[in-house]
Design a protein. Structure first.
Length: 192
């Protein structure tokens, strides 16, 4: 039995669960991994967005916030001092970003909308991965896929990932993201 969490209460809950199951020795068979075990700490940002849920206005506002937060530098100075500077420069500074969405169809739509916003803002170069040493290798690899959207998005530095894709395509996206050949990965959030 293993778990990942940030709080001591979760450790206690894991120990209680191990005791209830009876088959797990809490001193030998129970493993707890908190955030200190990660080689690169993850950051999460929760942002409220105006608009009726699932409405066009809400979707547009969400996409704009994601784009602004991840790529652009348009946050007011008070907010920028808090998280904006660090996050807004991620893509420009060569960092990768993973955006989680709630539906499979939204992976492609979100990537396409962020790509369009980058084009409108003249920031396409920030996403470009053509200088990656293995870009041509990955481009040939992705040419074997039947997923048209995945191919188009890869050329712009985006990747998509969800359970409706072929396992080979998901593995390919994972390898490319791990190797930094994709700047922004749009992934379907898995409910736990």
């Amino acid at each position: 039995m293993s778990a990942t969490s940030y709080g001591g209460r979760f450790v206690f809950a894991c120990k209680q669960a191990a005791d209830r199951l009876g088959r797990v020795n809490r001193y030998q068979g129970l493993f707890f991994f908190d955030s200190s075990f990660r080689p690169v700490p993850l950051e999460q940002h929760f942002i409220g967005v105006a608009g009726k849920p699932r409405s066009q206005a809400s979707i547009r506002n969400t996409d704009r916030v994601v784009f602004d937060k991840v790529v652009s530098n348009r946050f007011p100075s008070a907010q920028r001092a808090d998280t904006g500077d660090k996050v807004s420069e991620l893509v420009r500074d060569g960092h990768q970003v993973m955006v989680f969405v709630h539906a499979r169809k939204e992976t492609v739509k979100t990537a396409q909308r962020i790509k369009e916003m980058a084009m409108e803002e003249g920031m396409v170069d920030a996403f470009d991965t053509r200088e990656h040493p293995r870009f041509e290798f990955y481009r040939r690899d992705i040419a074997t896929s039947r997923n048209k959207e995945m191919k188009e998005l890869f050329d712009s530095g985006f990747g998509i990932h969800h359970a409706g894709m072929l396992r080979t395509d998901r593995n390919m996206m994972e390898r490319m993201f791990e190797d930094n050949a994709i700047k922004v990965g749009i992934k379907r959030k898995v409910e736990s």
